[in-house]
Ligand binder design. Structure first.
Ligand code: ADP
Ligand code: MG
Length: 258
C-alpha cells in the first residue's frame, strides 16, 4: 500500500491511489550512480512524458518500475503493487503493466495474431477463442487486422511497433510504459504510431512515455518531466516545461531537440 495515497488524494479529490509512485529512488551500476533520488507520480488517467538527454537514466527508471532492474533504495508502487517488497508477486504486477520498447521484441516465428494471443493464454489463462477475439479487437485499434496472419518480418517497423502496442493492450493493462517507441522507426511511419498513442491517451489510458517527440509531448502529455544526470530537473504542465522552461539545463536540452 502506498504511503502517499493520502497526500495524493488530497491533491486531486476523488482520485484513487497513484498509478505510479516513486520516492527517493536510487540505482547504481557499480560506481556509476544512474538514478539519484528520483521522485515521480503518475495519476490514473494521466499521460506523463519523460524527456532528457541520452544517458540521463530514463530507460533505467522505466525498467525499475517493473523490476527489470533492482534499485539500491527508494519506494516504488505501481498499480497498487509495492515493487520494492521482496515478497511481491512480480508476474501479477507485470500483468497490469504494458511495456513497449524501442525495439519491438516481437516473436519472429509467430504470426501477428499469435504474438497478441500467446501471453493472454499462458499468463491470463484465457481460452484461445477469447484471446483471439481480444487480439483482433486490439489489432483493429491499431489498424492491422488485415496483417493478422503475417509474420513480423513481413511488416514495416511502424507496423511492427503497432503490433507491439496491440499485444500489450491485449493484456488489458492498467498502465502503459513506452520507452522511445518511435526512435527506431523510419520517419514516414512515426506518425502512425504517435497517432495510436494519442488515441490511447484520449481514451483515458494511463501512460508514462519516454520520448524525443516534443510536439507529441507538448500536445498529448498532461505533465512533462525533464531528467538530466539521474535527477528530475524540472516538471510541470507540458506547455510550461516545453514552452517556457525554468531551468537552464531544460532550455539547453530543448534548444538541441526542438
Ligand atoms: P537513457 O535511457 O536516458 O538514455 P539509460 O537509463 O539507458 O539512459 O542509462 C543511464 C546510464 O546508465 C548510462 O550512463 C548508461 O550507460 C548506464 N547503464 C544503463 N544500463 C546499464 C547496465 N546494464 N550496466 C551498466 N551501465 C548501464
Ligand atoms: Mg533510453
Amino acid at each position: 500500500m502506498s504511503t502517499f495515497a493520502t497526500e495524493n488524494t488530497q491533491a486531486t479529490p476523488g482520485s484513487q491511489a497513484p498509478a505510479v509512485s516513486v520516492r527517493g529512488l536510487n540505482k547504481a551500476y557499480g560506481d556509476l550512480e544512474v538514478l539519484r533520488g528520483i521522485d515521480l507520480t503518475v495519476h490514473p488517467g494521466e499521460v506523463v512524458c519523460l524527456i532528457g538527454p541520452s544517458g540521463s537514466g530514463k530507460s533505467t527508471l522505466l525498467r525499475c518500475l517493473n523490476l527489470l532492474e533492482e534499485p539500491q533504495s527508494g519506494d516504488i508502487t505501481v498499480s497498487g503493487f509495492d515493487v520494492t517488497d521482496p515478497d511481491i508477486d512480480v508476474d501479477a504486477m507485470r500483468r497490469n503493466v504494458g511495456m513497449v520498447f524501442q525495439q519491438f521484441n516481437l516473436f519472429p516465428h509467430l504470426t501477428v495474431l499469435e504474438n497478441c494471443t500467446v501471453s493472454q493464454v499462458k499468463v491470463l489463462k484465457r481460452s484461445n477463442a477469447e484471446a483471439e477475439q481480444t487480439a483482433m479487437t486490439n489489432l483493429e485499434r491499431v489498424g492491422l487486422v488485415e496483417k493478422a496472419q503475417q509474420r513480423p518480418g513481413q511488416l514495416s517497423g511502424g507496423q511492427q511497433q503497432r503490433v507491439a502496442i496491440a499485444r500489450a493492450l491485449s493484456m488489458n493493462p492498467d498502465l502503459m510504459l513506452f520507452d522511445e517507441p518511435t526512435s527506431a522507426l523510419d520517419p514516414e511511419t512515426v506518425g502512425d504510431v504517435l497517432a495510436i498513442m494519442r488515441t490511447l491517451a484520449n481514451e483515458g489510458m494511463t501512460m508514462l512515455v519516454v520520448t524525443h517527440e516534443m510536439s507529441f509531448a507538448r500536445d498529448v502529455a498532461d505533465r512533462v518531466v525533464f531528467m538530466d544526470g539521474g535527477v528530475v530537473v524540472e516538471e510541470g504542465p507540458a506547455r510550461e516545461v516545453i514552452g517556457s522552461p525554468k531551468h537552464e539545463r531544460t532550455r539547453s536540452f530543448l534548444s538541441r531537440v526542438l
